[in-house]
Write a protein that binds this ligand. Structure first.
Ligand SMILES: [Zn+2]
Length: 384
C-alpha cells in the first residue's frame, strides 16, 4: 500500500498511463497519448514497464480508418484481481465483491447486531469471507458517513457513537487484507470520477440526499478534499430564509429542508399522522397538498444549493446520489425553479444526473478506494 512518505519514483510517471487505461481501456496508443498530452515516444517509455510487469496488456486490433496496418489496443485484465467495497450503516453492513473496474460480481447485506468496533469488525470479516469465498480480494475499501483521517482512522462517526477508531487497521488485522476507509460521499465521488458519470469531466459535483446532505467535488481533474471533509459542512448551508428551523437554530438550512427525517417529520406534523420519507414522496406525486408543498419547498432549496455549486465551481455535470434521491425526481420542476432564482439567465446549467441511490453505488465507491490503492501499490512494487 502506498504511504505519504514514499519518495517519488519512475512509477509515479507511469501511474497516469495505468490509470487512464484502467478507466478507458481498451484504448489505442494514439488516443492515450492525446488524452495524456504525451508524445508517442514518451508514452512508449512510460508504458513499457507496465507491459513488462503485466499491469497492462495488448489486446485485439483496432483500425482507426486511416491507411496503414491496424494498431493494437492497451487494456488491463479487469478480472485478474478482485476487491471488496463496503458501505457501513447504522444498522447494517453492505459488502460487495468487484473486479478491477468496480463492476459488482456479488454482494451481501448483514445486520449489525451491536455497534461497538469489535463486533462491527467481526461482522465485516465474516461478510468478506462470504462474498470472497474462492479467492482472497486484493484490497478492501470501506465507505462510512463519518470524519476520516488518512484513509485509515475514524475520527468521529456520530451515527455509531465512535471516536478515534483505527478501523482500517482493525479490519486489515481481522482479514489479512489491506484495507482503506474514507467518507462515503468522497468515495462515491472517486468512483464517479474514475469510472462513472464524471469520467470525462475536468469538473463535476456530487450532491447526496438522505439522512444528511453530502457534497463531493472534482476540479481540474482531481478530487477536492481536506482534513475537514466529513464534518458535514454543507448540512447547514442556508437555502430558504423563510424555511423551517434546524436543531442548531438555522432557519431554512440544508438540514432543515432536505434531510429525509426532517421532510418526513414536517409532513407527519401537517397530516396529523406518522408518514416516512418515501411515503411523503409518493403523496406528493399523487398531489396531496401538504406533501406537495413540503417536497416542493425542499426541491426549491435543493435547486438553490445546485445553483450555488454551479456559480462557485462551474461543474460540467451535477450528480445527485444517496438513498434520498427520489426527491430529485418528484421535485424536478421545483429544483429548476430554485436554480433559475439564483442563476444568471445567460448561464447554462449543466446536465443533472440522478443516480439510482441504491447501496450498489455506495459499495462501488468504497471499492474505488481499494482499486486506486492497489494500482498505485502494484506499480511501486513492480518498479522497486
Ligand atoms: Zn442548520
Amino acid at each position: 500500500m502506498p504511504t505519504k512518505q514514499r519518495a517519488w519514483s519512475s512509477a509515479d510517471a507511469s501511474l497516469p498511463v495505468a490509470i487512464e487505461v484502467l478507466r478507458r481501456g481498451p484504448i489505442s496508443r494514439a488516443e492515450l497519448a492525446r488524452r495524456l498530452q504525451l508524445t508517442r515516444g514518451s508514452l512508449s517509455r512510460l508504458s513499457a514497464p507496465l507491459l513488462q510487469s503485466g499491469i497492462l496488456r495488448e489486446v485485439g486490433e483496432h483500425n482507426d480508418g486511416r491507411v496503414g496496418r491496424p494498431t493494437q489496443l492497451l487494456d488491463v485484465d479487469a478480472d485478474a484481481s478482485t476487491f471488496v467495497g463496503i458501505k457501513l450503516r447504522e444498522n447494517e453492513v453492505i459488502v460487495a465483491l468487484t473486479n478491477l473496474r468496480g463492476h459488482i460480481l456479488r454482494s451481501n447485506t448483514a445486520a449489525l447486531t451491536a455497534g461497538d468496533p469489535e463486533s462491527v469488525v467481526a461482522i465485516i470479516a465474516e461478510q468478506v469471507r462470504v462474498v470472497a469465498a474462492e479467492t482472497p480480494p486484493s484490497a478492501i475499501g470501506i465507505g462510512i458517513g463519518a470524519l476520516i483521517r488518512d484513509r485509515a482512522d475514524v475520527v468521529s462517526a456520530p451515527f455509531l457513537g465512535w471516536r478515534d477508531v483505527p478501523l482500517a487497521r482493525l479490519v486489515s488485522d481481522a482479514t489479512g487484507i489491506p484495507t482503506l476507509i474514507d467518507n462515503d460521499v468522497l468515495a462515491f465521488t472517486e468512483y464517479e470520477h474514475w469510472f462513472g458519470e464524471g469520467r470525462d469531466d475536468e469538473r463535476f459535483a456530487v450532491v447526496s440526499l438522505g439522512s444528511g446532505t453530502g457534497f463531493g467535488l472534482v476540479a481540474n481533474g482531481a478530487l477536492v478534499t481536506a482534513s475537514d471533509y466529513g464534518i458535514g459542512l454543507v448540512g447547514h448551508w442556508p437555502l430558504d430564509p423563510a424555511g423551517p428551523m434546524c436543531p442548531d437554530g438555522h432557519r431554512g438550512c440544508a438540514m432543515s429542508l432536505l434531510d429525509s427525517d426532517s421532510v418526513a417529520r414536517r409532513t407527519s406534523d401537517a397530516l396529523g399522522r406518522p408518514v416516512d420519507y418515501e411515503t411523503t414522496l409518493q403523496l406528493a406525486r399523487e398531489g396531496q397538498p401538504a406533501a406537495r408543498r413540503i417536497v416542493d419547498e425542499a426541491g426549491r432549496g435543493l435547486g438553490r444549493l445546485l445553483a450555488a455549486i454551479c456559480n462557485l465551481t462551474l461543474p460540467q455535470h451535477l450528480i445527485i446520489a444517496g438513498e434520498g434521491v427520489g426527491l430529485a425526481r418528484v421535485a424536478w420542476d421545483a429544483i429548476h425553479e430554485g436554480i433559475r432564482a439564483d442563476r444568471d439567465p445567460r448561464a447554462i446549467t449543466p446536465p443533472i444526473v440522478i443516480t439510482s441511490g441504491d447501496n450498489a453505488g455506495w459499495c462501488r465507491g468504497a471499492a474505488a478506494l481499494a482499486i486506486q490503492a492497489y494500482v498505485q501499490g502494484r506499480l511501486h512494487d513492480t518498479s522497486a
